[in-house]
Design a protein around this ligand. Structure first.
Ligand SMILES: Cc1cc2nc3c(=O)[nH]c(=O)nc-3n(C[C@H](O)[C@H](O)[C@H](O)COP(=O)(O)O)c2cc1C
Length: 216
């Protein structure tokens, strides 16, 4: 049985790597790209998956995984349904947090920033690269709305497959889009032995990025 004692006994020592003042980049975006490249190289599953935390107008938080789809001018891009709860949250409160966790590398990156809608051209360009099935899926799904059954969803897919049967280049649905998150803080965490982890926090200042080592 999975008792609390068994859960509490699950622990692991982190000893794969170190992160120190001599190896960390001065620019946190550069450091993020470097760690992402290492995660991809190490074939960490879903290396580009990141937890997106939002808060609604009343301050109630929620979190879910989305996929990083680009880094442009220091901003992190992801795509989603613009009528979803996360999009409603961002409309009310654009302050968000992002989190990458690469267990195989004993690394976490925390990011805080401001989300802004991507322009239609960028969205359309990305949408065109999605497999056709995923394009139809974006039309067929009212993300996070209640469904009476799986069949209801499959019927919606069939309707849009029919509607777009003669359309070579399916356009993005009007309710679908993306966001660019402009970070103002980062934390890089490298697991170390005896829970004495290496942590560095970056904050955007008028002079550029400040960097501090944090106690584990
Ligand atoms: C690995 C993984 C990747 C995902 N990628 C996305 C994504 O890029 N965009 C998206 O809208 N939802 C993505 N999801 C689904 C979201 O986690 C979530 O279920 C959905 O967006 C609805 O969230 P909301 O109701 O908070 O708006 C992904 C889920 C997982 C587990």
């Amino acid at each position: 049985m999975l008792t609390s004692e068994r859960i509490a006994a699950i622990r692991r020592e982190y000893r794969l790597a170190i992160l120190d003042e001599s190896s960390i980049a001065a620019d946190p975006i550069e450091q993020l790209v470097h760690w992402l490249e290492e995660a991809l190289h190490a074939e960490v599953p879903e290396s580009t998956a990141m937890v997106l935390a939002t808060a609604d107008a009343s301050g109630a938080p929620s979190a879910r995984v989305v996929l990083l789809k680009g880094i442009e001018n220091g901003r992190l891009h992801f795509y989603t349904n613009l009528e979803s709860p996360k999009a409603r949250d961002i409309a009310a409160n654009p302050r968000v947090a992002l989190l990458f966790y690469w267990a195989e590398l004993e690394r976490q990156v925390r990011i805080e920033g401001i989300a802004a809608l991507l322009d239609h051209e960028t969205v359309a360009e990305y949408f065109a690269t999605r497999p056709r099935g995923a394009q139809i899926g974006a039309w067929a799904s009212r993300q996070s709305a209640f469904l009476s059954s799986r069949q209801e969803l499959e019927e919606s897919v069939a309707r849009y497959e029919h509607q777009f049967a003669d359309t070579e280049q399916i356009p993005p649905p009007p309710w679908w889009g993306g966001y660019a998150v402009e970070p103002h803080a980062f934390e890089f965490w490298q697991g170390r032995q005896n829970r004495l982890h290496d942590r560095f926090r970056f904050e955007r200042t008028t002079m550029g990025w400040s960097r501090q080592r944090l106690s584990p």
